[in-house]
Design a protein around this ligand. Sequence first.
Ligand SMILES: Nc1ncnc2c1ncn2[C@@H]1O[C@H](COP(=O)(O)OP(=O)(O)OP(=O)(O)O)[C@@H](O)[C@H]1O
Length: 285
Amino acid sequence: MAVIKTEKLTYVYGEGTPFRKVAVDNVDLEIEKGDFAGIIGHTGSGKSTLIQHFNGLLKPTSGAVYIDGEKLWDDKAKLRPVRFKVGLVFQYPEYQLFEETVAKDIAFGPKNMGLDKDEIARRVKESAEMVGLSAKALEKSPFELSGGQRRRAAIAGVMAMEPEVLILDEPASGLDPKGREQILGMIKDYHRQKGNTVLLVSHSMEDIAKNVDKILVMNDAKLFCYDETVKVFHRAEELEAMGLAVPQITRVFNRLKAMGIDLGEDVYTVGFGRDLLLNRLGKRV
Ligand SMILES: Nc1ncnc2c1ncn2[C@@H]1O[C@H](COP(=O)(O)OP(=O)(O)OP(=O)(O)O)[C@@H](O)[C@H]1O
């Protein structure tokens, strides 16, 4: 069964005003349990609006959202547990840290869930380890940490709620290349260890290509596709037509194909391209 399902999901900002804007338009979507997916689309294509429906932060203008088969908004009392089930990490979440220590910040969500002290302590420890924060860092004020560490602390705060679905909006934005790799690697490890559903919004095709198994593409408020990474990059021309640059390495190999050198596979990471080439050249890799 799909963990997230939408039926003709539509969301309109400013209904009844001259500024009316359809941000999500008739989206039918099924996200399976355990999927690790990237969400891409040009600026303003509706990515943030879409994900805010998945934990009941936004109410559809029309259409429906189901979490674990349960329709949201039929009974408002059921929204609270959904917010625990679907954890949302906003862009630049480090600006939302406010407690006096990192440990207290991470504990905030589990505390809010009404868990007992021991369980909260276990979760704080486990999620701090997951994001690579030391025991020493936990006792510091969030303001004593570096930007990258603060981001980790904020992500750990949502992980500590042990959501079934973890959604992150641009988790690597504003970080240097090394910081980006570390955060994305950490999210990949989290998915591998927990097997949970993880969705991450990103502007970077390269980041997406390297990390996720599936891609959801939004275009002008509509769902363009939700499919395996390879299959999505196979549609490079359509993606480029909607202003989405496929990874540079994919373009190089597509160019080779156009020149008659078809290696028979879609290439979207440098590592895979290298192995493919070396294999064809008959060398061991
Ligand atoms: N609070 C709001 N009021 C009015 N219009 C809004 C509001 N938030 C978003 N929009 C509009 O809805 C559309 C979709 O916005 P959304 O933020 O969901 O897109 P996005 O794909 O996440 O964009 P970005 O990549 O820039 O974050 C855009 O045209 C945006 O201007």
